[in-house]
Design a protein around this ligand. Structure first.
Ligand code: CTP
Ligand code: CA
Length: 235
């Protein structure tokens, strides 16, 4: 798509996007992490600027993705750092898009020196919960702390299991999180992680459900921003 053919429907909008995975340190050389590449969040940030928004991209380490032009970059590593950055930068955001894969848990303590393997079996690693940044952002908005924020977007990578299929899990996640939109990726069998394409749905609070056929993350980004601007202009 040519940049001059893009809609300018986000002109003047302040958009905060989170991207990439977080890293939770175990010791000075090791961390617990995940396979998030950051590509989807970067694609959203890049396109939002092209559609006229002021964009802040809060990102975990991505392994060499190019900074999108015209975006304010904020680099973090841990979930707690991401939380602080989202709090700091969402003050007058119109839209918050949480594409990051935030670690649910972190090691309860960080060893000061490198953990040695010792003689016997390894110890288990005690973990503690990280605060849910998306849910906290919704709560802050609902308590009136984020008066400009009209649309909050969550992401979910889901597989079906014995409790239900991908969409059943996704619908209850949307309810739990309280955000306006949930972008759902069907994962497993090589889908979504570390690849350029995605398959999923965008769910909204009113029960609407838009299928996202297999396509590029750029196409996905444009569908996500279409849904965001649809809500912004709905009044
Ligand atoms: N998220 C967040 N803070 C966390 C964990 C997740 O803001 N500590 C956000 C992610 O950025 C994403 C959304 O919540 O937008 C959903 O993440 P996901 O891991 O699917 O949700 P969880 O509630 O952690 O559920 P699960 O138990 O399935 O991991
Ligand atoms: Ca999670």
């Amino acid at each position: 798509e040519r940049a001059d053919a893009l809609p300018r429907d986000l002109a003047g909008c302040r958009v905060v996007v989170s991207a990439g995975g977080t890293r939770e340190p175990l010791d000075p050389v090791r961390f617990l992490g995940n396979r998030s590449s950051g590509k989807q969040g970067y694609a959203v940030a890049r396109l939002a600027v092209q559609r006229g928004a002021y964009v802040t991209l809060i990102t975990g380490p991505t392994g060499g993705l190019t900074d999108p032009a015209g975006v304010e970059m904020v680099r973090i590593s841990t979930a707690e750092e991401m939380r602080a950055a989202v709090r700091k930068h969402s003050d007058n955001a119109d839209v918050v898009i949480m594409a990051a894969a935030v670690a649910d848990f972190r090691p309860a303590s960080i060893a000061e020196s490198k953990i040695k393997k010792g003689a016997g079996e390894p110890d288990t690693i005690p973990l503690v919960r990280n605060i849910d940044i998306l849910a906290e952002t919704v709560q802050r908005r609902d308590e009136g702390e984020l008066p400009a924020t009209r649309v909050i977007v969550g992401f979910a990578a889901e597989t079906g299991d014995e409790h239900g299929d991908v969409l059943t899990h996704a619908r209850s996640k949307l309810e739990r999180k309280g955000c306006e939109l949930l972008v759902v990726n069907a994962v497993g069998e090589g889908k979504a992680f570390e690849v350029d394409s995605n398959m999923g749905w965008i769910l909204s609070r009113d029960g609407a459900e838009k299928a996202l056929p297999l396509g590029s993350k750029n196409l996905m980004a444009s569908r996500i921003l279409d849904a965001v601007s649809g809500l912004l202009y709905a009044g």
